[in-house]
Design a protein around this ligand. Structure first.
Ligand code: SF4
Ligand code: SF4
Length: 376
């Protein structure tokens, strides 16, 4: 069998075909695709024309870039050089200054409607404010031009998805999510979390390469394969929650035995992401697995409404906690309360013109991307 350029490059880097197929199988698992999909993924990743990507960074800490750089299967170099064509990324590209901005300008002009924009960080809402300018242009102008001409936009991380820490009260820069900064942007997909998990970003691109469409989304425009289930539902400590076995203080016997962290402030019942299954750091572990509560980093306004991080949620939707727990006034907002039930109601997938689409409940608030129409 003739080797493709990708396979030659993987071999050059010491990655065997078996390891490549293992990667494809792991992607199929993350995506929840049926057994046997790994072969289709392998074929698509090997043979499909590379999509052009531009990665914009605005008001951020570069944590999502760091997360992406840690993607182990395939290595980021494999992705950048072979599977995708990352034309512009301030942190990764060798070019700088006017040369770098020229690459972005050229990419947008020559590939109008045919490239994918990834955005990391929030965007100051006032173009004349002087906050976050690159090459003399405001982040708002750049986002509107680049995302406005893209085939799809992927908001990477909670800042781009919901405004993030820069949007925390009192929000001095009037930080906006991509959805709010570029209303009506085409095919917006939100990959919330702080940072977004590189496995999920990779899986999203693999899904697109394989199926030539974007995956079904939840009401916050997040892929269901990654955000379709709560942390609580997938948690390895769930049996302890159900049995009323809680950690009461750090290092106590229950903590040492891996009991539930609900009383220590775990926001897993109000948070949706696939951390229990996908894990972090090459599947080494994940926060709850190593004894720390989930802080709800994938949910809107988590920095305001999930705090204090070490105070427990007042109640858990659908679960009678009265037997064990006294109520405390954490003061969850409607947005978070909606997040608890978001995957249980309102999402009806149907097939139309060969594409999966999602019928969503009416928008509950700004900053979620709910208002951005993005059906392909
Ligand atoms: S409250 Fe947290 S630690 Fe306990 S079962 Fe739910 S997600 Fe797991
Ligand atoms: S466990 Fe919770 S806080 Fe940790 S990464 Fe997952 S969603 Fe974010």
């Amino acid at each position: 069998m003739a080797h493709t350029r990708l396979m030659r490059e993987l071999q050059r880097q010491g990655v065997s075909r078996r390891e490549f197929l293992t990667f494809c199988a792991s992607m199929a698992t993350v995506l929840g695709l049926p057994e046997g999909s790994a072969a289709a993924i392998a074929k698509a990743v090997e043979n499909e024309k590379r999509p052009i990507l531009v990665w914009l960074e605005f008001q951020d800490c570069a944590g999502n870039t760091e997360s992406f750089l840690r993607a182990s299967h395939p290595t980021v170099a494999d992705l950048v050089l072979d599977t995708i064509s990352l034309n512009y990324h301030e942190t990764l590209m060798a070019a700088a200054g006017a040369q770098a901005e020229g690459v972005l300008d050229e990419t947008v002009k020559q590939n109008k409607g045919n490239y994918i924009a990834l955005v990391e960080g929030s965007i100051p809402g006032d173009a004349d404010s002087g906050y976050c300018c690159i090459g003399g242009r405001s982040a708002l102008d750049i986002a509107r031009e680049v995302c406005g001409n893209a085939a799809a936009t992927i908001a990477v991380g909670t800042c781009a998805t919901f405004g993030g820490i820069p949007a925390a009260r009192p929000n001095p820069t009037r930080a906006l999510s991509v959805a709010d900064a570029v209303p009506g942007v085409r095919n917006l997909i939100n990959m919330s979390a702080c940072p977004a998990n590189a496995e999920n970003i990779t899986a999203l691109i693999v899904y697109y390469l394989t199926l030539k469409q974007w995956p079904p989304l939840d009401r916050y425009r997040r892929p269901l394969f990654a955000y379709g289930k709560s942390i609580h539902d997938g948690c390895e400590r769930r049996a302890h929650f159900d049995a009323g076995q809680y950690v009461e203080s750090w290092g106590d016997e229950a903590h040492r035995h891996g009991h539930c962290l609900y009383k220590m402030g775990c926001k897993g019942p109000a948070t949706s992401q696939n951390c229990p299954n996908v894990g972090w750091n090459e599947h080494t572990n994940w926060p709850i697995g190593c004894g720390h509560p989930c802080i709800g980093c994938a949910e809107p306004n988590f920095w305001d409404v999930m705090t204090p991080f070490y105070q427990k949620l007042p109640d858990v939707a659908g679960v009678n906690t009265d037997r064990w727990l006294d109520t405390v006034g954490v003061g969850l907002t409607g947005a978070v309360a909606a997040g608890v039930v978001v995957h249980g109601i309102g999402e009806v997938m149907r097939r139309g013109r060969g594409r999966l689409v999602v019928e969503e409940k009416p928008a509950a608030g700004k900053g979620t991307g709910e208002q951005a129409g993005a059906k392909k």
